[in-house]
Design a protein around this ligand. Structure first.
Ligand code: GTP
Ligand code: MG
Length: 194
């Protein structure tokens, strides 16, 4: 997957704003601050094209990035951002549910979890939810540069077990810093958009 062209087509909150070009699409989901925008940047080969931040809640809209005029990456706002009101949170949940259930061109979802910890209740909830919608999912554990190298394989097993992943459900250990796992993620995306 050689990325030669990247454009932010639209930041959308409503299905009426979704692009109608018909390109296949990959969505990036996961808790606030887990590293969705950072992964998107690595895949797009750009530094801070999708804005990242140490503060959770940076991405607030569905950001559609057109890649090479043939594919969209959709950076989805993070869930589990505690500092927003209940009303805001509900608005957020509706936005994401609408996206996942109505978007016909969505070929797969990359569900990010923090590679350093146990999956949170939010992660487990998301797992159940995605199962229910029957969307192809790639699990990506982020920030693995922060794990001792000797712990990576063990942590991968722990995450697989806790998330109750089946043998045919892939999990990639990834770091936006070292880019470990990038090739595996790209291979999965290539498969989904064919
Ligand atoms: P929201 O937009 O708030 O939902 O967050 P996000 O999931 O888009 O996270 P973002 O990519 O903005 O990253 C959050 C913070 O984690 C930033 O400070 C990043 O630099 C850092 N970060 C992301 N990925 C990695 C990684 O692989 N390794 C390390 N060490 N830090 C990372
Ligand atoms: Mg973000």
């Amino acid at each position: 997957m050689k990325v030669t062209d990247v454009e932010l087509t639209i930041s959308a909150v409503d299905p009426k704003q979704y692009p109608t070009t018909g390109y296949p699409e990959i969505g990036f989901l996961g808790r606030s601050n887990v590293g969705k925008s950072s992964l998107t940047n690595v895949l797009m080969n750009r530094k801070d094209f999708a804005h990242t931040s140490g503060q959770p809640g940076k991405t607030q809209t569905l950001n559609f990035y057109a890649i090479n005029h043939e594919l969209y990456f959709v950076d989805v706002p993070g869930y589990g951002y505690a500092k927003v009101s209940k009303q805001e949170r509900e608005k957020w949940a509706t936005m994401i549910e609408t996206y996942l259930t109505q978007r016909k061109t969505l070929r797969g979802v990359i569900n990010l979890i923090d590679g350093r910890h146990q999956p949170s209740d939010y992660d487990l909830q998301m797992r159940d939810w995605l199962d229910f919608y029957d969307i192809p999912v790639l699990y990506v554990a982020t920030k693995v540069d922060k794990l001792p190298k000797s712990k990576v394989a063990q942590q991968k097993q722990l995450l697989r077990r806790e998330l109750e992943l089946e043998a045919d459900e892939p999990l990639v250990m990834f770091s936006a810093k070292t880019k470990v796992g990038q090739a595996e993620i790209e291979a999965w995306i290539t498969q989904q958009i064919q």
